[in-house]
Design a protein around this ligand. Structure first.
Ligand code: HEM
Length: 134
């Protein structure tokens, strides 16, 4: 699939979900494992959330709320796992499509936003299809 060479590495490296030299074995990105749980389905399960769960300076996309050391521009990366099931996106639901959510990235996400905007329609469609597969 062509997107694997272009759009998908762009996404994954931008989000730090994948090493800079992705291989097919590591293409799932950050791997986490749940702790012991009485519910079998949640017990020590390996999963791939497609997020670094870190706070990032998102510039104008920030919520303006200071909580302890997290100032109003610092936002935690939302997991992209299951994003296809969401009808509203971003912390305030301002985006209703994946393209709108990406276009709202600012600050540390601005470079990824700008790179996405320069992709061809075909590459954009590939990246969106990839996001909807998570
Ligand atoms: C091509 C690259 C990228 C794509 C396709 C992408 C996609 C998305 C999408 C679809 C969301 C909305 C998720 C939701 O509402 O559940 C999101 C949220 C977010 N992304 Fe990205 N992203 C990219 C790059 C980045 C980068 C480089 C950063 C920061 C270094 C970043 C930080 C965030 C943060 C903090 C949020 C949560 C914002 C909020 O809740 O308002 N993203 N991203």
């Amino acid at each position: 699939m062509r997107g694997k060479r272009t759009a998908i590495p762009l996404l994954c490296r931008a989000l730090r979900l994948m090493p800079s030299k992705p291989s097919s074995k590591t293409s799932v990105g950050l791997t986490l494992r749940t702790g012991p749980n009485a519910v079998g389905a949640l017990d020590r399960v390996t999963f791939h959330p497609y997020s670094d769960f870190l706070l990032h300076d998102m510039g104008s996309l920030g919520d303006g709320i200071t909580q302890n050391q997290a100032t109003g521009r610092l936002m935690r990366t939302a997991p992209l796992w299951g994003v296809r099931a969401q009808t509203t996106l971003l912390h305030d639901g301002r985006a209703s499509t994946l393209e709108e959510a990406i276009a709202a990235h600012d600050g540390q996400g601005k470079k990824a936003r700008d790179r996405f905007s320069r992709l061809s329609s075909f590459e954009k469609a590939q990246l969106i299809a990839f996001l909807k597969s998570l």
